[in-house]
Design a protein around this ligand. Sequence first.
Ligand SMILES: CC(=O)SCCNC(=O)CCNC(=O)[C@H](O)C(C)(C)COP(=O)(O)OP(=O)(O)OC[C@H]1O[C@@H](n2cnc3c(N)ncnc32)[C@H](O)[C@@H]1OP(=O)(O)O
Length: 170
Amino acid sequence: MASTSPEPSTAAAAGGETDGSVQIRRLEAADHEKGFVSLLSQLSSCPDLTASEFAACFADLAALGDDHVILVAEDAAVAAAERRILATGCLFVERKFLRGGGKVGHVEDVVVDAAARGRGLGLRVVRRLVEIAKEAGCYKVILDCTPELRAYYAKCGFVEKGVQMAGSCF
Ligand SMILES: CC(=O)SCCNC(=O)CCNC(=O)[C@H](O)C(C)(C)COP(=O)(O)OP(=O)(O)OC[C@H]1O[C@@H](n2cnc3c(N)ncnc32)[C@H](O)[C@@H]1OP(=O)(O)O
């Protein structure tokens, strides 16, 4: 595992964006029907959720407001009823006493559907998360990844710093 953080960028826009075929926007409650949970299962263990379980989880996270942003990339090139979630990524904003009440952004749970990889979606989602972190006033954005993903996150503007340590909670 490596801990990485992005180099400064001039990008400032936040919120949704569309390139004509893919819309990047915040997660919505209706995304349960668009394959969001099965997409997450391509990243790690993510058992299916019933509609009510998903709604409860969505409400818990939505209550965190802008401190917990989940972006999705939706296939916008097909009819509305057929649209699927192709990619996702999350930004958690940690609030601190340090640096006069500073904030640190944590990028988590980045995954692109296997059939949609190599189209730049992972790059777009992560860059958008970093922009949102900057707009929120974060003084840095960090993430953990496997060594194999160093090159990908370097493309996203991150540089390797430090070492991740993990402790068991069980
Ligand atoms: C903090 C975390 O969540 S870490 C977990 C990351 N997620 C995973 O490992 C889940 C499985 N993997 C995936 O979902 C995807 O392969 C991702 C997210 C790693 C990459 O998503 P993609 O949409 O395929 O990447 P994208 O097309 O945007 O690639 C951007 C650039 O990174 C490069 N890149 C993409 N994946 C990799 C990789 N595994 N290793 C090296 N370079 C890579 C691409 O070649 C491209 O470079 P280019 O601009 O010079 O052409």
